[in-house]
Unconditional design. Structure first.
Length: 603
């Protein structure tokens, strides 16, 4: 969840480290710090707060060090404070390191070190690592001894004062990758940290240590054996990580959704043949008796929609589970396909759920946005979502891409299973090709959504109601509002409202009601009547031309007409925009909401 940046090369390190930390701000953090070695002396600067606070701490001091490490911390062990911020060092002040992850046995290790006379200046699990690295022997040999002592997840970037011009990186169950430039190298927890400097990267695997200097790098496994590694070219450009004139990354990423949708469809639709071609994906789905979706947060809501798509369009029995719960169950998974969904491919609970699934004999298809993420490397098959870099903590375009891929999967398998005729698939394809234009019309309603937010931003309590394909969307809409505006919001099935939650309805409660078509429309109109009878306020989202809904609701946002299964791909846009403008009106930090991190890489 935290951000790591390390640099070694021919340029001054501090500006590069600070720039890298700014590129990692989207991951969420409460403190920041850097460490460099200059004139054979270790210098550490760290500060609670934002990167500008760290920059003020460094002040006008002049350094010319050509290597160093940096970190943005999201507190797990110890409150946000200067002393708990990274980097941490050993007692002698000759070793500095930054750490992502959690050391599960740190208490036992710390007790042993205290008995040996060590003194600690922080409440973190990380400081234990620095103390364990003290001693005799070459730095690499000490690192090899260290990893045999640690239990849990850790990505480390380490400086040893005794070995000038060298950085070490260590990866175990926490993301870390290497950027390869011209006589300069970068270590980072995510690509944007060094994307402006190089698009060549090397993925580090669990159980690996890398030694870097400006002359090159060497990778070792945890036994000390050298390993061969190959680089790859990052398919994103630096411009994609900038705001492009938008006030916030979230707003930019919402406006990118039509293009992301087109990119996710590209090369996968064949209208003439009524076929969906998914990257040569050869999953033997006929051999599976059921499918289970596992994911967390927004990705799980996409999985709930995927469950509906696969059941209705491919006639497969499907379950959808929060990965954080699934991993503690005792599932029977023979002849089961697990579909794991994660934007980053590094979500800790999803990775653990997949490990359990594989132990129980399941096969795994991952749906992921980041090339080479840990999830993709432990899966049997992978489908990429092509959403590009998503910087804002609140996921928007990644959700749209995940839902799109799941819909394509359902259409493809439905055709192959004989559930869908070619004509039906052709109808879907034709409508899919027209959706980007309809998405653009919804983005043009930004001012309307902003006006609605101004009407309701002082309210503290919201219901989001939906049925069928709109139920997962109600959950996602409520999550977005909670994440970035800090208003309380609950997503509900429309049919469940009268089984308890209706007790909360009154003048102070606002209900966002997603009105579908068919028999569910009649039921949702009934929900609106129930709310209005209790003086509740209603914001409705309905298809164009539904005047009956607009007569009943305080405010109605219309979406273009489309097929029922495609309507969530349109309705999600006003939900995201409403949450964005609510946060804006409430004065919240839209891209970096409090207490949240982009990738939850700890359990």
């Amino acid at each position: 969840m935290c951000g790591i940046i390390g640099y070694v090369g021919q340029r001054e390190a501090i500006p590069i480290l600070l720039q890298g930390l700014r590129k990692l701000e989207y991951r969420g953090y409460d403190s920041a710090g850097i460490a460099i070695i200059e004139d054979e002396k270790l210098h550490i600067f760290r500060k609670k707060g934002k990167i500008q606070d760290l920059q003020q701490e460094i002040g006008a001091k002049t350094f010319h060090a050509r290597y160093g490490i940096g970190h943005t911390r999201w507190a797990t062990h110890g409150v946000p404070s200067d002393c708990n911020a990274h980097p941490h060092c050993d007692c002698g002040g000759t070793i500095a390191l930054v750490h992502n992850g959690i050391i599960e046995n740190y208490r036992a290790l710390k007790e042993r070190l205290l008995e040996e006379g060590h003194h600690f200046s922080s409440d973190t699990d990380t400081e234990v690592i620095a103390h364990l690295l003290e001693g005799e022997g070459e730095p690499l040999s000490r690192l090899l001894k260290l990893v045999s002592l640690l239990e849990g997840s850790f990505a480390l970037c380490v400086l040893f004062q005794e070995e000038p011009g060298v950085l070490y990186g260590v990866r175990q169950s926490s993301p870390l990758l290497l950027g390869v430039g011209e006589r300069e190298y970068f270590l980072a927890s995510d690509i944007p940290a060094f994307l402006e400097h190089t698009r060549n990267a090397v993925l580090l695997d669990d159980g690996e240590i890398v030694r870097l200097s400006e002359t090159g790098f060497t990778v070792f496994d945890f036994t000390g054996k050298e390993k061969e590694k190959t680089s790859f070219t990052i398919p994103w450009d630096p411009v994609s990580a900038e705001k492009g004139g938008f006030k916030h990354f979230m707003l930019k990423e919402i406006h990118e959704e039509p293009r992301v949708f087109e990119d996710t469809l590209a090369g996968r639709l064949h209208p003439e043949a009524g076929e969906i071609i998914l990257d040569d994906l050869c999953v033997p789905f006929f051999s599976f008796e059921r499918v289970v979706m596992v994911a967390c947060g927004t990705a799980c809501h996409a999985g709930m929609l995927g469950k509906i798509y696969l059941e209705k369009l491919a006639r497969l029995p499907v379950g959808a589970e929060y990965a954080s719960e699934f991993r503690y169950q005792d599932p029977f998974l023979e002849k089961t396909l697990v579909i794991a969904i994660s934007q980053s491919g590094e979500t800790a609970d999803t990775l653990k759920a997949v490990e359990l699934a594989k132990e129980r004999g399941a096969r795994v298809l991952s749906i992921c946005n980041v090339l080479g993420g840990s999830l993709t490397r432990i899966s049997d098959w992978v489908l990429y979502t092509r959403a590009g870099i998503e910087i804002s903590v609140a996921s928007t375009k990644a959700f749209l891409a995940q839902v799109t891929v799941l819909l394509l999967l359902a259409l493809s398998w439905g055709k192959k299973r004989g559930v869908l005729a070619s004509k039906e698939v052709e109808t879907f394809i034709a409508e899919l090709l027209g959706l980007p234009r309809k998405m653009h019309t919804l983005l043009e309603k930004g001012d309307t959504l902003h006006h609605i937010a101004r009407q309701f931003y002082l309210h503290q309590n919201f219901f989001y109601l939906g049925r069928g394909v709109f139920y997962p969307l109600a959950l996602e809409g409520a999550l977005k509002l909670k994440e970035i505006s800090y208003a309380y919001a609950e997503g509900l099935s429309g049919g469940e409202m009268k089984h308890g939650p209706i007790a909360l309805v009154g003048p102070d409660l606002v209900s966002v009601v997603l009105v579908g078509e068919g028999e569910r429309r009649v039921k949702m109109l009934g929900n609106i009547e129930e709310i209005k009878a209790r003086q509740g306020k209603v914001i409705a989202i309905a298809e164009e031309g539904d005047e009956e809904v607009s007569e009943k609701a305080e405010v109605t946002v219309f979406i273009p007409q489309t097929l029922e299964f495609l309507s969530p791909l349109l309705a999600i846009i006003p939900l995201q925009l409403f949450a964005y403008y609510m946060a804006l009106e409430r004065g919240c930090d839209v891209d970096q909401p409090r207490n949240l991190a982009k990738s939850v890489t700890v359990e």
